[in-house]
Design a protein around this ligand. Structure first.
Ligand SMILES: Nc1ncnc2c1ncn2[C@@H]1O[C@H](COP(=O)(O)OP(=O)(O)OP(=O)(O)O)[C@@H](O)[C@H]1O
Length: 575
């Protein structure tokens, strides 16, 4: 029986963790003279990026990008979409987009937003660590004994206190242990893995491997979307500032040669989406023998039917150290039980499991509202809500790429400055859209689930689920785009009785456990759609048990639970 240790993280004695349009997407069909393409809408607001926070690595120059390859149908298989235009042998026009480098001035590198009023409440969250011989949590950065440069960078980043996931993960990773960590959205999981990895590199005297023909990074970090791997790269660049460690980011939708040129200049930490990573490995542009750290961010997504096969290919690549010879780290805000089981193939058997709060629980700083809205009333309701919100930054999630463009058009016609991001848009357009949203040129971003995970954008005050997602885990990630790092936020979801009843039960549980009001009508649906055996401890439930090394659950023939297999309509060119 694994030891289970329950801790409060503030007590000193608590020791012991983005269609349907296969050709270049111009947004959507023109209708009447008021139709505005989100880009036009955005161009009306002029400009690219503001200055305060680092731009995405791409903001739209040098692009003669062609249409995306891939079938372009809404039900694209994530496989062909994900790899569209990735390797030289892929059908479809060559991708030539070269993202411009992010600003290199120190202010941009260290730009950050303030922690919120609830930051200190993190300390009241129960943390559970399971596994043998877990090292004790640390309460301060000083206790981590990091080198001076790292401590300087942490201070410049505005970090003064550790978040719970950092308190437990940093010492575990410093101790060389494999880790599966689950903590709510916006609670600092990125730094929780970057800082100890960098500390090890500094301790081991890593030299920048410049201009070697075959680069051999010490660390590979994978995540499900291009914008997210870029964000992780910017964090790695921030914390490694002033050191000889060189971080590099590569992802789909950009010129392959550009990725290669970035790598050959030296690469200690490689942040990558799976498709582009496997391309680069296949072209022998990197060697894997020196890999000491393999990090899966949004790990449950990386291991589901979408990316799971590619992750298995990665760890089977020639030269990749076995799980016994490398350190494997997995982070996410959700971790369904069967995914935990799939993860076991990547981790040493004595990995530690850290659960901050309830596995798969929503961030309590997000005020959640669920409204009963039929599909033909959604647009009117959306405009009503956005008019009330005014210019506060709002992410509107829809279920399909086609709908993302349609709703963005509609909102532009309503004179609501809107842009959109989804898998059928060119990477340049995606980065431009995200930039304009991030810097306030367009206060409304309509997105598919490609923007649901990980994105850390300042001042997103509202998330609107125009369409609810197909799984409760994606709901938790989507609403987690607001209410980050102790800041508060609001999420409003349109519940359609025709299509969302399957979510009623898990939704009631998420609301209840996050201490939110539960509408009586939703409770009635939840109980009328009772799933035999749903008790909060079987699959299809909301919260996995903390550590599934103890229980069993049924998997479908592909090794995934039916409720965990992603809805193909959701999946699009993520990488
Ligand atoms: N100790 C800290 N002090 C202050 N700010 C922090 C600290 N740790 C992280 N942050 C900031 O909090 C924000 C959220 O961090 P991060 O994106 O790593 O969260 P996350 O847990 O990975 O979220 P998600 O689950 O959505 O991916 C970032 O802006 C980050 O710079």
């Amino acid at each position: 029986m694994e030891p289970r240790n329950l801790f409060l993280t503030n007590s000193p004695e608590s020791s012991n963790d983005c269609e349907d349009n296969p050709t270049r997407n111009r947004g959507f069909s023109k209708r009447g003279d008021n139709d505005l393409d989100p880009d036009e809408c955005m161009q009306r607001t002029g400009g690219l990026f503001g200055s305060r926070r680092p731009a995405l690595s791409g903001t739209g120059n040098g692009d003669t990008s062609q249409s995306r390859s891939g079938s372009g149908s809404e039900r694209d298989s994530w496989k062909s979409e994900a790899e569209g235009g990735e390797s030289s042998d892929t059908q479809g026009p060559k991708v030539t987009y070269i993202p411009p480098p992010p600003p290199e001035d120190e202010d941009s590198i260290f730009a950050h937003y303030q922690t919120g009023i609830n930051f200190d409440k993190y300390d009241t969250i129960l943390v559970e660590v399971s596994g043998h011989d877990a090292p004790p949590a640390i309460l301060t950065f000083e206790e981590a004994n990091l080198c001076q440069t790292l401590n300087n960078n942490i201070a410049k980043a505005g970090y003064t206190k550790l978040t719970p996931v950092q308190k437990y993960s940093i010492p575990i990773i410093l101790a060389g242990r494999d880790l599966m960590a689950c903590a709510q959205t916006g609670s600092g999981k990125t730094a929780a893995f970057l800082l100890p990895i960098l500390a090890h590199m500094m301790r081991d005297g890593i030299t920048a491997s410049r201009f070697k023909e075959l680069q051999e990074p010490e660390c590979i970090i994978v995540a499900p979307t291009r914008e997210l791997v870029n964000q992780i790269y910017l964090e790695a660049r921030k914390f490694s500032f002033g050191t000889c460690v060189r971080a590099v980011v590569i992802y789909g939708g950009t010129q392959l040669g550009h990725s290669i040129r970035q790598i050959v200049q030296g690469c200690n930490i490689l942040c990558a989406t799976p498709g582009r990573l496997m391309d680069i490995i296949g072209k022998e542009k990197i060697g894997l023998k020196q890999i000491k750290y393999l990090v899966l961010d949004e790990a449950d997504r990386m291991l589901d039917m979408g990316f799971g096969p590619e992750m298995k290919k990665l760890i089977s690549c020639p030269g990749m150290p076995s799980k016994e010879q490398r350190q494997t780290l997995m982070f996410s805000a959700t971790f369904p039980e069967e995914i935990q089981r799939l993860a076991a193939e990547f981790l040493k058997s004595n990995y530690l499991f850290v659960a901050v709060g309830q596995v798969g629980g929503a961030c309590r700083d997000v005020q959640q509202t669920v409204l009963q809205v039929g599909q033909f009333s959604k647009r009117e309701k959306l405009v009503e809500i956005l008019r009330n919100i005014g210019d506060e930054r709002t992410m509107v999630f829809v279920e399909t790429k086609k709908k993302a463009d349609f709703i963005a058009t509609f909102l532009c016609q309503e004179k609501i400055s809107t842009t959109s991001i989804h898998g059928d848009r060119e990477q340049r357009e995606r980065e431009q859209a995200l930039g304009d949203f991030r810097y306030g040129k367009c206060p409304v971003l309509v997105a598919t689930s490609v923007a649901a995970r990980g994105l850390d954008i300042e001042n997103v005050q509202h998330v609107i689920n125009f369409d609810l997602p197909s799984t409760i885990d994606e709901y938790v990630h989507r609403i987690g785009r607001t209410g980050r790092c102790g800041n508060t936020g609001r999420a409003i979801s349109f519940f359609d009785l025709e299509s969302d009843n399957h979510l009623a039960q898990p939704l009631v549980k998420v609301l209840t456990d996050a201490q939110q009001d539960v509408p009586a009508w939703l409770e009635e649906i939840a109980f009328s759609t009772y799933i035999p055996g749903f008790s909060g401890s079987t699959r299809g439930n909301v919260f996995a048990s903390v550590d599934t090394r103890k229980g069993k659950s049924t998997l479908n023939t592909a090794g995934f639970s039916s409720s965990q297999a992603p809805n193909p309509v959701d999946d699009e060119s993520w990488d």
